[in-house]
Design a protein around this ligand. Structure first.
Ligand code: DGL
Length: 273
Protein backbone atom coordinates (compact mmCIF):
# COMPACT_ATOMS: atom_id res chain seq x y z
CA UNK A 1 0.00 0.00 0.00
CA UNK A 2 1.38 3.42 -0.89
CA UNK A 3 1.35 6.01 1.83
CA UNK A 4 0.30 9.04 -0.17
CA UNK A 5 -3.30 7.92 -0.76
CA UNK A 6 -5.47 8.38 2.30
CA UNK A 7 -7.28 5.05 1.95
CA UNK A 8 -6.32 1.52 1.07
CA UNK A 9 -8.08 1.44 -2.30
CA UNK A 10 -7.39 3.97 -5.06
CA UNK A 11 -9.78 6.86 -5.16
CA UNK A 12 -11.26 8.31 -8.31
CA UNK A 13 -12.38 11.94 -8.34
CA UNK A 14 -15.45 12.56 -10.51
CA UNK A 15 -17.04 15.91 -11.33
CA UNK A 16 -19.77 17.50 -13.39
CA UNK A 17 -21.53 20.85 -13.51
CA UNK A 18 -24.21 19.22 -11.34
CA UNK A 19 -25.74 15.80 -10.86
CA UNK A 20 -25.27 14.44 -14.40
CA UNK A 21 -21.91 12.90 -13.60
CA UNK A 22 -23.66 10.60 -11.13
CA UNK A 23 -24.75 8.60 -14.19
CA UNK A 24 -21.06 7.97 -14.88
CA UNK A 25 -20.23 7.42 -11.22
CA UNK A 26 -22.80 4.64 -10.91
CA UNK A 27 -21.12 2.80 -13.82
CA UNK A 28 -17.69 3.24 -12.21
CA UNK A 29 -19.02 1.86 -8.92
CA UNK A 30 -20.68 -1.07 -10.68
CA UNK A 31 -17.49 -2.01 -12.53
CA UNK A 32 -15.01 -1.12 -9.77
CA UNK A 33 -16.75 -1.65 -6.43
CA UNK A 34 -13.39 -1.82 -4.64
CA UNK A 35 -12.42 1.67 -5.78
CA UNK A 36 -13.21 4.75 -3.68
CA UNK A 37 -15.01 7.70 -5.25
CA UNK A 38 -15.17 11.40 -4.46
CA UNK A 39 -17.86 13.20 -6.41
CA UNK A 40 -18.32 16.95 -6.79
CA UNK A 41 -21.35 18.47 -8.49
CA UNK A 42 -20.67 22.11 -9.31
CA UNK A 43 -24.29 23.17 -8.86
CA UNK A 44 -23.37 26.75 -7.91
CA UNK A 45 -22.18 27.19 -11.49
CA UNK A 46 -24.61 25.05 -13.46
CA UNK A 47 -25.17 24.97 -16.39
CA UNK A 48 -21.75 24.91 -18.04
CA UNK A 49 -23.60 24.84 -21.36
CA UNK A 50 -23.52 28.44 -22.64
CA UNK A 51 -20.57 29.49 -20.39
CA UNK A 52 -17.26 30.63 -21.87
CA UNK A 53 -14.39 28.22 -22.31
CA UNK A 54 -12.31 30.30 -19.92
CA UNK A 55 -15.01 30.13 -17.22
CA UNK A 56 -15.35 26.35 -17.51
CA UNK A 57 -11.58 25.91 -17.47
CA UNK A 58 -11.27 27.91 -14.25
CA UNK A 59 -14.01 25.83 -12.61
CA UNK A 60 -12.45 22.57 -13.84
CA UNK A 61 -9.07 23.52 -12.43
CA UNK A 62 -10.47 24.59 -9.03
CA UNK A 63 -12.54 21.41 -8.75
CA UNK A 64 -9.61 19.21 -9.77
CA UNK A 65 -7.48 20.75 -7.02
CA UNK A 66 -10.21 19.95 -4.53
CA UNK A 67 -10.58 16.33 -5.68
CA UNK A 68 -6.82 15.77 -5.71
CA UNK A 69 -6.71 17.20 -2.19
CA UNK A 70 -9.25 14.54 -1.17
CA UNK A 71 -6.83 11.89 -2.39
CA UNK A 72 -7.98 11.24 -5.96
CA UNK A 73 -5.47 9.21 -7.94
CA UNK A 74 -7.34 9.79 -11.21
CA UNK A 75 -9.95 12.29 -12.37
CA UNK A 76 -13.06 11.76 -14.44
CA UNK A 77 -14.48 14.81 -16.16
CA UNK A 78 -18.01 13.40 -16.15
CA UNK A 79 -19.38 16.20 -18.28
CA UNK A 80 -19.24 16.48 -22.05
CA UNK A 81 -19.24 20.29 -21.95
CA UNK A 82 -16.34 20.42 -19.46
CA UNK A 83 -14.40 17.77 -21.37
CA UNK A 84 -14.72 19.74 -24.60
CA UNK A 85 -13.69 22.97 -22.87
CA UNK A 86 -11.13 21.88 -20.29
CA UNK A 87 -9.82 18.29 -20.54
CA UNK A 88 -6.74 19.24 -22.57
CA UNK A 89 -5.89 22.03 -20.12
CA UNK A 90 -6.30 19.66 -17.15
CA UNK A 91 -4.04 17.07 -18.77
CA UNK A 92 -1.38 19.73 -19.31
CA UNK A 93 -1.65 20.91 -15.71
CA UNK A 94 -2.02 17.72 -13.66
CA UNK A 95 -0.03 14.50 -13.91
CA UNK A 96 -2.78 12.05 -12.79
CA UNK A 97 -4.82 10.16 -15.42
CA UNK A 98 -7.71 12.29 -16.63
CA UNK A 99 -10.61 10.53 -18.32
CA UNK A 100 -13.15 12.64 -20.19
CA UNK A 101 -16.48 12.14 -21.91
CA UNK A 102 -17.11 12.11 -25.61
CA UNK A 103 -20.47 11.60 -27.34
CA UNK A 104 -20.55 8.03 -28.71
CA UNK A 105 -20.64 9.08 -32.36
CA UNK A 106 -18.25 6.37 -33.53
CA UNK A 107 -20.34 3.58 -31.98
CA UNK A 108 -23.55 5.07 -33.36
CA UNK A 109 -22.12 5.41 -36.87
CA UNK A 110 -21.07 1.76 -36.76
CA UNK A 111 -24.50 0.62 -35.60
CA UNK A 112 -26.94 2.62 -37.71
CA UNK A 113 -28.82 0.75 -40.42
CA UNK A 114 -30.69 3.79 -41.75
CA UNK A 115 -27.54 5.90 -42.15
CA UNK A 116 -28.90 8.60 -39.83
CA UNK A 117 -27.98 9.11 -36.18
CA UNK A 118 -29.17 11.66 -33.66
CA UNK A 119 -26.97 13.36 -31.07
CA UNK A 120 -28.57 14.93 -27.99
CA UNK A 121 -26.21 17.24 -26.12
CA UNK A 122 -25.78 20.77 -24.78
CA UNK A 123 -25.16 23.81 -26.95
CA UNK A 124 -21.57 24.01 -25.66
CA UNK A 125 -20.75 20.44 -26.66
CA UNK A 126 -22.39 20.75 -30.07
CA UNK A 127 -20.61 24.04 -30.83
CA UNK A 128 -17.20 22.79 -29.68
CA UNK A 129 -14.25 22.18 -31.98
CA UNK A 130 -13.87 18.81 -30.31
CA UNK A 131 -17.33 17.78 -31.50
CA UNK A 132 -16.65 19.07 -35.04
CA UNK A 133 -13.46 17.02 -35.06
CA UNK A 134 -15.34 13.95 -33.80
CA UNK A 135 -17.82 14.25 -36.67
CA UNK A 136 -15.01 14.86 -39.16
CA UNK A 137 -13.28 11.73 -37.96
CA UNK A 138 -16.20 9.32 -37.62
CA UNK A 139 -19.37 10.47 -39.39
CA UNK A 140 -18.30 9.41 -42.90
CA UNK A 141 -21.42 9.09 -45.03
CA UNK A 142 -23.74 8.93 -42.05
CA UNK A 143 -26.03 11.91 -41.52
CA UNK A 144 -25.81 13.29 -37.98
CA UNK A 145 -28.81 15.22 -36.67
CA UNK A 146 -28.07 17.23 -33.52
CA UNK A 147 -30.42 18.64 -30.87
CA UNK A 148 -29.43 20.98 -28.00
CA UNK A 149 -32.04 19.79 -25.53
CA UNK A 150 -32.86 22.93 -23.57
CA UNK A 151 -34.32 22.39 -20.13
CA UNK A 152 -33.39 18.71 -19.81
CA UNK A 153 -30.37 19.38 -17.59
CA UNK A 154 -32.51 21.54 -15.30
CA UNK A 155 -35.14 18.77 -15.05
CA UNK A 156 -32.55 16.23 -13.96
CA UNK A 157 -31.20 18.74 -11.44
CA UNK A 158 -34.68 18.60 -9.86
CA UNK A 159 -34.65 14.78 -10.13
CA UNK A 160 -37.59 15.16 -12.52
CA UNK A 161 -37.27 12.15 -14.79
CA UNK A 162 -40.85 11.50 -15.77
CA UNK A 163 -43.26 14.41 -15.11
CA UNK A 164 -45.78 15.17 -17.90
CA UNK A 165 -43.86 18.40 -18.68
CA UNK A 166 -40.57 16.53 -18.94
CA UNK A 167 -42.09 13.84 -21.14
CA UNK A 168 -43.52 16.52 -23.44
CA UNK A 169 -40.13 18.26 -23.62
CA UNK A 170 -38.48 14.96 -24.50
CA UNK A 171 -41.04 14.24 -27.23
CA UNK A 172 -40.46 17.72 -28.72
CA UNK A 173 -36.75 16.96 -29.23
CA UNK A 174 -37.09 13.32 -30.23
CA UNK A 175 -39.80 13.77 -32.87
CA UNK A 176 -37.64 15.70 -35.37
CA UNK A 177 -34.81 13.23 -34.83
CA UNK A 178 -37.14 10.33 -35.66
CA UNK A 179 -38.59 12.24 -38.61
CA UNK A 180 -35.09 12.52 -40.06
CA UNK A 181 -34.89 8.70 -40.12
CA UNK A 182 -32.49 8.19 -37.22
CA UNK A 183 -32.43 4.69 -35.73
CA UNK A 184 -29.62 5.41 -33.23
CA UNK A 185 -29.52 8.22 -30.68
CA UNK A 186 -26.41 9.30 -28.78
CA UNK A 187 -26.82 10.64 -25.25
CA UNK A 188 -24.14 13.33 -25.45
CA UNK A 189 -24.71 14.82 -22.01
CA UNK A 190 -24.17 12.97 -18.76
CA UNK A 191 -27.48 14.20 -17.36
CA UNK A 192 -29.43 12.43 -20.09
CA UNK A 193 -28.99 8.76 -19.05
CA UNK A 194 -31.24 9.65 -16.10
CA UNK A 195 -33.94 10.39 -18.69
CA UNK A 196 -33.37 7.17 -20.62
CA UNK A 197 -36.80 5.71 -19.80
CA UNK A 198 -38.60 8.83 -21.02
CA UNK A 199 -36.39 9.03 -24.11
CA UNK A 200 -37.00 5.35 -24.88
CA UNK A 201 -40.75 5.84 -24.45
CA UNK A 202 -40.67 8.73 -26.95
CA UNK A 203 -38.31 7.05 -29.41
CA UNK A 204 -39.91 3.61 -29.45
CA UNK A 205 -38.40 0.14 -29.16
CA UNK A 206 -36.57 0.07 -32.50
CA UNK A 207 -34.27 2.99 -31.70
CA UNK A 208 -30.93 2.27 -29.99
CA UNK A 209 -29.67 4.65 -27.30
CA UNK A 210 -25.92 5.06 -26.93
CA UNK A 211 -24.62 6.03 -23.49
CA UNK A 212 -20.88 6.39 -22.85
CA UNK A 213 -20.95 5.79 -19.07
CA UNK A 214 -19.91 2.13 -19.32
CA UNK A 215 -17.02 2.65 -21.79
CA UNK A 216 -15.77 5.49 -19.56
CA UNK A 217 -15.85 3.20 -16.51
CA UNK A 218 -13.83 0.64 -18.49
CA UNK A 219 -11.32 3.32 -19.44
CA UNK A 220 -11.01 4.30 -15.76
CA UNK A 221 -10.24 0.66 -14.95
CA UNK A 222 -7.58 0.50 -17.68
CA UNK A 223 -5.95 3.70 -16.48
CA UNK A 224 -5.88 2.53 -12.86
CA UNK A 225 -4.46 -0.83 -13.91
CA UNK A 226 -1.79 0.90 -15.95
CA UNK A 227 -0.79 2.76 -12.79
CA UNK A 228 -0.98 -0.48 -10.89
CA UNK A 229 -3.10 1.28 -8.30
CA UNK A 230 -5.84 -1.30 -8.69
CA UNK A 231 -3.45 -3.77 -7.11
CA UNK A 232 -3.63 -1.84 -3.86
CA UNK A 233 -5.01 -3.71 -0.94
CA UNK A 234 -8.81 -3.50 -0.97
CA UNK A 235 -10.56 -1.98 1.97
CA UNK A 236 -13.89 -3.49 3.04
CA UNK A 237 -15.66 -0.21 2.57
CA UNK A 238 -14.04 1.96 -0.06
CA UNK A 239 -14.35 5.65 0.62
CA UNK A 240 -17.39 7.31 -0.92
CA UNK A 241 -17.79 11.07 -0.63
CA UNK A 242 -20.34 13.38 -2.18
CA UNK A 243 -19.86 17.13 -2.41
CA UNK A 244 -21.58 20.11 -3.95
CA UNK A 245 -20.73 23.76 -4.50
CA UNK A 246 -24.45 24.50 -4.11
CA UNK A 247 -26.97 23.81 -1.35
CA UNK A 248 -26.03 20.57 0.47
CA UNK A 249 -29.53 19.85 1.81
CA UNK A 250 -31.03 20.10 -1.68
CA UNK A 251 -28.13 18.11 -3.14
CA UNK A 252 -28.58 15.35 -0.53
CA UNK A 253 -32.19 14.94 -1.68
CA UNK A 254 -31.39 14.97 -5.39
CA UNK A 255 -28.27 12.77 -5.31
CA UNK A 256 -30.17 10.22 -3.18
CA UNK A 257 -33.15 10.22 -5.55
CA UNK A 258 -30.98 9.73 -8.63
CA UNK A 259 -28.76 7.06 -7.05
CA UNK A 260 -31.77 5.30 -5.50
CA UNK A 261 -30.21 5.18 -2.05
CA UNK A 262 -29.46 7.62 0.73
CA UNK A 263 -26.19 9.51 0.45
CA UNK A 264 -25.10 12.57 2.37
CA UNK A 265 -23.77 15.52 0.40
CA UNK A 266 -21.42 18.07 1.94
CA UNK A 267 -20.65 21.58 0.78
CA UNK A 268 -17.13 22.23 -0.48
CA UNK A 269 -15.11 24.88 1.41
CA UNK A 270 -15.76 28.43 0.18
CA UNK A 271 -12.42 28.70 -1.64
CA UNK A 272 -13.64 26.01 -4.08
CA UNK A 273 -17.07 27.55 -4.73
N1 DGL B 1 -23.66 17.11 -17.75
C1 DGL B 1 -23.12 18.09 -18.65
C2 DGL B 1 -22.63 17.42 -19.93
O1 DGL B 1 -22.41 16.26 -19.99
C3 DGL B 1 -24.07 19.15 -19.09
C4 DGL B 1 -24.60 20.07 -18.09
C5 DGL B 1 -24.24 21.51 -18.31
O2 DGL B 1 -24.31 22.04 -19.40
O3 DGL B 1 -23.90 22.09 -17.30
O4 DGL B 1 -22.45 18.06 -20.92
Amino acid sequence: MTSFYPSAAPIVGVFDSGVGGLSVLREIRALLPEVGVVYLGDSAHIPYGGKSMDYIQRRAETISRFLLGRGAAALVVACNSATAAAAAMLRARFSVPIVGMEPGVKVAVNQTKTGVVGVLATETTLASQKFAALLGQHAGNVRVVVRACHGWVESVERADRSSPQLKAAVRREIEPVLASGADTIVLGCTHFPFLADSIRAAAGPTVTLIDTGIPVAREVKRRLQALDLSKLENSDTPREEYWTSGDPAHATKIYSALLDRNVEVRKVPQEFV
